[in-house]
Design a protein. Structure first.
Lengths: 374, 241
């Protein structure tokens, strides 16, 4: 601990120099925290917008017919990462308004089940979230375009030529133009009736995962186990994923460059400090300090500077994130504790690594060089 | 061996050669020095600048390494020790006093005196501060203990350096021009301190360019061109054990 005490003294005797190094590390770590949290939040928002309210894996019959509704429970039981599994009925329908015919993609299911994936209850712009027999929810763009309101009735033409009449209970806004115009949700029983399904049949099972990126591993296993075909969101959103990957790559590059700049800053300042302290270290060695203990002085200096700089950097990073909440942008940055912990560990490690050269040159210092030169 | 000393020497130098590689022409600082120093002796090493006297004392303290020859101090073959072992050995066995005091400017006087004890763990932690204060009292600096070296005069700094050199109670004190940077009055006080330490059975080897001081020690060695050119014994001065 003597090395630590001397390291602390060296730092205290050069307050300006110490403050500059701490500030350098702090700015580097703050940039890491801010840019990292910004990219992470942006990606999370993008991901949530893209697949947060849609299935990550869909199970369908290979022949396009129905599959047992019990596959939902079977799938959930076999894969712990599945957070939601619901049986749905899907059918195409035509809505006619005057001379215009509009195709609609209709999903039928239990209202509570559908809400777990599509969060429709939170996305209603009019009406109430309810799907009893013969009731439907329509998109806001469809409603506006064709003048349909909650409480109105709509008539849909099914592929088998039948027409079905639905009472509109609510109007949803999924935040996506096509979905708001071409999607509709109906209750499970009327969808079964329209499709000719029994109560235990469904068109597909829709799954959400606690880690959406695990879909590419889970989907093939489910296909094998249940004899179904799977639709993986990652295959369907290859462009989005390559965009996210590019964003992650640029984020990593920025962070690497920031770390290199921080490391070079600490290393050069510690090297200068080592030269400045050569005489004192020489005296210490002449008095009986071992090579290793002498080298540890600079390791401790780096550790103290790294710790102080990292803590200050995290505080500064949080301050930047907080100040960003006042910026007129449509998203917010959320600090990511794991990412910040990693940044802190990397910051301190880089500081320690930067001290290796001055520590080694100090440990090799021959006291005679100092004593002879007075 | 001097007839006055029946005991084993605490310092034995045999065929000591030091050659510095200074470029094209190597410089020979010591040319086969043989020397015995006995416990309790007060030895003065005098000589002109560049004569090799500082190199000689640096060999004894292990701060510098010989090109040839053997150095045995208190039964330890110093020439055969590695750097770390040498540092530890030096801390325990030799108190070094430098011409320019070499106190650490970032530490207080008390902390400077504590350093050798901390390095070598010669005393339990709880005993170190009382011992350091006792040593500072001995050199009349107890009231300056918590000041930084820069706040003290040259003489006070040298006395603090002597207290530091005594921290581990080493049997030998090696002092390189300890009065070289002091005025005559302060130099006299430091010399008296050394005399008191010899009375306490310390062995002191002091390099000096001051012929007057050299004439007051028991044995004075005149070094010239890397050799002991002359050895003078002053009767009635401090003798070895």
């Amino acid at each position: 601990m003597l090395s630590l005490k001397i390291a602390a003294r060296f730092l205290r005797r050069s307050p300006g120099q110490s403050a500059l190094i701490v500030a350098g590390i702090a700015v580097g770590i703050a940039t890491q925290v801010f840019v990292g949290s910004l990219i992470t939040s942006l990606q999370a928002d993008l991901l949530a917008a893209a697949v947060g309210s849609s299935p990550h894996i869909t199970l369908e019959a290979p022949d396009g017919g129905g599959i047992p509704a019990s596959f939902a429970a079977d799938a959930a039981k076999s894969e712990p990462l599945i957070s939601t599994a619901i049986p749905v009925r899907t059918l195409s329908a035509i809505y006619t308004s005057g001379a215009e015919s509009v195709p609609l993609s209709v999903t039928g299911g239990d209202a509570a089940d559908l809400d777990t994936i599509y969060k429709l209850g939170d996305k209603l712009s009019a009406g109430t979230y309810r799907l009893d027999f013969g009731e439907a929810l329509i998109g806001v763009r469809f409603a506006e375009r064709y003048g349909v309101h909650a409480g109105d009735r709509i008539e849909l033409l099914l592929p088998n030529g039948r027409t079905v009449d639905y009472a509109v209970t609510g109007v949803f806004d999924l935040g996506q133009g096509t979905a708001n115009e071409r999607f509709a949700f109906v209750d499970a029983a009327s969808a079964d009736e329209a499709l000719g399904f029994t109560e235990n049949e469904c068109s597909s099972v829709q799954l959400q995962l606690s880690d959406p990126f695990a879909s590419s591993e889970i989907a093939p296993r489910l296909a094998d186990a249940l004899g179904v075909v799977t639709i993986d969101w990652q295959e369907e959103n290859a462009d989005l994923l390559s965009g996210l990957a590019a964003q992650s790559g640029s984020s990593v590059m920025i962070q690497v460059f920031v770390l290199v700049a921080v490391a070079l800053g600490i290393a050069s300042t510690l090297a200068i400090s080592a030269v400045q302290k050569t005489r004192q270290v020489g005296i210490l060695k002449a008095l009986g300090m071992s090579d290793r203990a002498a080298g540890r002085i600079f390791l401790w200096q780096a550790a103290l500077l790294g710790l102080a700089g990292t803590l200050a950097g995290i505080a500064l990073g949080y301050a930047l994130i907080w100040s960003f909440s006042f910026a007129p942008v449509p998203f917010s940055i959320r600090p990511e504790p794991t990412f910040i912990a990693v940044s802190a560990a990397v910051g301190i490690s880089v500081a320690l690594l930067s001290s290796v050269i001055p520590a080694r040159s100090t440990s090799r210092l021959d006291p005679i060089e100092v004593i002879q030169n007075g | 061996m001097s007839a006055e000393h029946a005991n084993t020497p605490v310092v034995q130098l045999r065929g000591l050669v030091k050659v510095y590689d200074t470029g094209e022409v190597p410089f020979t600082a010591l040319r086969g020095i043989d020397l015995d120093v006995y416990s309790g002796e007060f030895i003065g090493i005098i000589g002109k600048s560049g004569s090799g006297k500082t190199t000689l004392i640096n060999m004894i303290t292990g701060i510098d390494h010989p090109t040839e020859g053997e150095i045995v101090v208190a039964d330890t073959p110093v020439h055969a020790l590695g750097e770390n072992a040498l540092a530890k050995w030096r801390g325990r066995n030799i108190g070094v006093v430098f011409q320019f005091f070499q106190l650490l400017p970032t530490l207080t006087i008390l902390e400077n005196v504590l350093l050798p004890m901390d390095f070598c763990s010669t005393y339990p932690v709880r005993e170190r501060v009382p011992r350091a204060m006792e040593l500072l009292e001995q050199v009349e600096l107890a009231d300056q203990a918590h000041k930084l070296p820069a706040a003290l005069s040259g003489g006070q700094q040298q006395r603090a350096a002597i207290a530091r050199a005594l921290a581990n109670d080493p049997p030998i004190l090696a002092a390189d021009e300890p009065t070289g940077n002091l005025d005559s009055k302060t130099a006299e006080a430091v010399f008296h301190l050394f005399e008191r330490l010899v009375e306490q059975h310390k062995t002191i080897i002091m390099v000096t360019h001051d012929n007057d001081l050299a004439s007051r020690v028991r044995r004075a060695l005149h070094v010239a061109d890397g050799e002991i050119a002359e050895e003078r014994i002053h009767r009635g001065r401090h003798t070895g054990a």
